[in-house]
Design a protein. Sequence first.
Length: 194
Amino acid sequence: MLRGWWSVANYQRIQRQQALREAEGYLDLAMGLADRWPLPAELRVRLAQRALDTLATVSGSSAQRTEILYLTGLAYRTMHRYAEAVPPLTAAAELSPESVPVWLALGWCYKRIDRLDEAIQALEQALLANTQEAIVHYNLACYWSLAGDVDRALQYLAQSFDIDPRYRELVAHESDFDPIRDLPDFQALMGAIV
């Protein structure tokens, strides 16, 4: 009798994993190459909705619960429904405070619903999880630039360059730095050789 129960439980676990990978696949299709070849909005939204529909069929363990919430938040973010992305991302962050991708996604959504203070707080939490992620420093530089704090923006930008010099290449096309782009300290940082 126990052997039959184990097989059913194992089968259900495998089904949950397959559903999670399916939802992740839809989101990868929707956003995977968005920087170079963005999908039409209608197709992007349909793929994200498929991910949400798939995730709605999954109930998982606490570890899977974090992934379900994170993917749900990413699906809403993909649909540009940023305010709806915040609750599942916040719940995922509470369950997995060491997850830098969750904090990044949460900060990204907060920024887009004009809650810049909370975007900064989210990324500061990401730094508590890992201080060596250049993207966290870079995004904090963007957010502090928008908030008008030049010193912090430059500090985080310099740290992102120290961790990964390739971030220097992104600055020219980053509109978040427009408020500080013409300042001498910004120009000096951009002219510095690493």
